[in-house]
Ligand binder design. Sequence first.
Ligand code: DGI
Ligand code: FE
Ligand code: FE
Length: 189
Amino acid sequence: MESEKALELVKKQLTDHRYQHTLGVMETAISLAKLYDADEKKAELAAIFHDYAKFRPKEEMKEIILSQGFPRDLLDYNAELWHAPVGSYLVEKEAGVTDPEILAAIRFHTSGRPGMTLLEKIIYLADYIEPGRHFPGVDEVRELARKNLDLALIKSIQNTIIFLLKKNQTVYPDTFYTYNDLLKNRRID
Ligand code: DGI
Ligand code: FE
Ligand code: FE
């Protein structure tokens, strides 16, 4: 799919603010793909579609998680996590995207997962560091992302876990599993 068409489809699903965020994720994902020798076209499309389901009603998201074989335990955790797997499903169903690498990058863009692919890491990070993001620690992760993708990812997950703990919120176990996996297997070169 051409990016113009993808953007047109996504714009209808999002608020203006969230669409601007999406454009930021797209630019950042393309830069990271160039830097780390990933498929730029896939990074672009995955970024455009990553928040496709962000504004779906909770009831609809619940129904999709239960009927499409996504882990049921997602429903026991923060509803912020749901739009990622639900997005991967709806982007295939409604926008006709079938590339499994793109769909996985959408699916795991919030929780991560152990054994993330290069494309999954790029979308996760681009979402975190796109130019419209302003929160403590984001500049440090932006700098790390230029040097070492895994270290940047580790830092961003640490920040997210600390953020959730400080707000007395639960942490989905996959967030910890992703963190542990990266720390054990990180490339330190
Ligand atoms: O959709 P975005 O706002 O662009 O970003 P996202 O898909 O990374 O969602 C991030 C939000 O999800 C962030 O505010 C933290 C929240 N969240 C809630 N529970 C969890 C969680 N994030 C992770 N990684 N793990 C959780 O258990
Ligand atoms: Fe998201
Ligand atoms: Fe996002």
